[in-house]
Design a protein around this ligand. Structure first.
Ligand code: ADP
Length: 431
């Protein structure tokens, strides 16, 4: 059964049940009140008759007195427990007409105790109740029409936005485009909010898709250059390398350099893809000075350059040791690549963060490039970086790592003086 039909049937049924229950309640309440009122009136009449009887004597016309107390369309009976003493009645009794009766004791003229019984026809009340029943049935039937129409409208109101959502999703699936639903800028109900969320989701998916496309085209473009270089040098080697030792030397050196560059780039691409999967971060207390000194020593041994760790610094930080080390290696490697002199590593603390700075005294970075440094494949100066063997992926990886560790990276640079990359590591408990 369709959802629209289900909503339609259920709401109609529910409203009908409510209507019938309300109307039945009204009917039975009215019936109870009407009978109670009549019964009370009969009781009052019997009380009055009882006190009148006690004041009568032999000369009184008893029939007349009883007639005066006889209910309309009713009767009065007086008996001494076994035999009927007197009876007056308005009409002949009809067996199928409803009656109410009230019986009470009274003192007869000769001092004996008798029972007086008053009986009253409920025919009028019954006919009023009959009329009320007919009215309520008609009202119920007439009210069914708007209930039916309203539930139909409700079904449409709820399902129209869902139908639009479904249509848009189907369209997206068939066209392969990230289709969105048209919605007003402001206001709207919960279903409009679902549309908004859907549009947001589509936008995000589209952005991710575009980024991915960009990444793949950038990666293939970047890999194409070393492959072309290798290919052309290999051809040169084939053509002239066997006769000319110098050409052979130059070609082989270029091939070795470019394959090393390609190797490095592939490793970095894999690293980026790995970081995108969001590995679990295992934070722990890290003794800052020995940690930084060990990294500096490793860099020194690998590149025979001077990496100086300043002695005065905060005792410890709270972070993932492995990821932080990887992040520092990227920054230290850049500092080494883009400067000739020593590289300084220093740290200080604020109330909320520990700041670790990698400072070099190289050429510096022009201001307009700083905001783009963390984009994938972004390089400040292509020619210079060709010489340094950069791929433009190091800082993108650093940025991903920092994001996962809750670390912000600040860059300060002055042309001709050098650059500083500062990691703002949140203090324990603030991540
Ligand atoms: P790359 O592999 O090219 O070094 P990165 O993403 O690490 O890629 O860096 C992006 C660019 O930022 C580099 O190409 C370089 O131009 C610039 N850069 C990064 N660090 C420094 C630095 N310490 N000094 C000067 N320029 C830098």
């Amino acid at each position: 059964m369709r959802l629209k039909t289900k909503i339609h049937l259920l709401t109609t049924l529910l409203m009908l049940v409510l209507l019938v229950a309300t109307n039945s309640g009204i009917y039975f309440l009215y019936e109870k009140i009407a009978y109670n009122t009549e019964y009370k009136q009969l009781q009052a009449r019997a009380n009055e008759l009882s006190s009148t009887l006690s004041q009568l004597n032999e000369q009184t016309d008893l029939q007349q007195v009883l007639r005066a107390y006889m209910p309309t369309d009713g009767a009065v009976y007086i008996d001494d427990g076994q035999n009927l003493k007197m009876k007056v009645q308005a009409t002949l009794e009809m067996p199928d007409v409803p009656y109410i009766t009230f019986t009470m004791p009274a003192i007869w003229m000769d001092g004996t105790v008798v029972q007086i019984k008053l009986k009253q026809s409920m025919e009028e009340v019954a006919s009023t109740l009959g009329l009320l029943k007919a009215i309520l049935v008609v009202v119920s039937i007439v009210a069914t029409i708007p209930i039916f129409l309203a539930s139909l409208a409700l079904g449409r109101l709820i399902l129209l936005p869902l139908d639009r959502l479904n249509e848009t999703m189907l369209k997206s699936a068939t066209t392969g485009k990230y289709e969105k639903i048209e919605i007003p800028d402001q206001g709207g109900d919960e279903l409009t909010n679902i549309h908004r969320t859907f549009n947001m989701m589509m936008e995000k998916l589209e952005q991710h898709y575009q980024k991915q496309q960009q990444f793949v085209s950038n990666a293939s473009h970047e890999l194409k250059t070393p492959i072309t270089v290798i290919e052309s040098y290999a051809k040169l080697l084939l053509r002239r390398g066997f006769e000319n030792k110098e050409v052979a030397q130059e070609s082989l050196q270029a091939i070795v350099n470019e394959s090393a560059r390609m190797h490095e780039m592939v490793l970095q691409l894999l690293e980026l893809a790995k970081n995108n999967e969001h590995f679990e971060v295992h934070c722990m207390q890290i003794e800052l000075n020995p940690f930084l000194k060990k990294i500096a020593l490793q860099m020194q041994q690998a590149y025979h350059r001077s990496f100086i760790v300043e002695d005065k610094m905060p005792n410890a930080i709270y972070s993932d040791e492995k990821m932080l080390r990887q992040l520092l290696f990227i920054l230290l490697d850049n500092a080494r690549k883009y400067s000739e002199d020593e590289v300084l590593i220093h740290a200080k603390e604020t109330t909320t963060h520990v700041l670790i700075t990698i400072q070099d005294f190289g050429a510096g970075i022009p201001n307009e490039h700083i905001t783009h440094l963390f984009e994938r494949f972004y390089r400040v100066n292509e020619d210079r970086n060709r010489k340094t063997g950069g791929s433009g992926l190091g800082l993108a990886i650093a940025h991903e790592l920092a994001g996962q560790l809750g670390i912000a990276i600040d860059v300060e640079s002055t042309l001709g003086e050098g650059s500083s990359f500062t990691l703002r590591v949140p203090k324990e408990g603030q991540q």
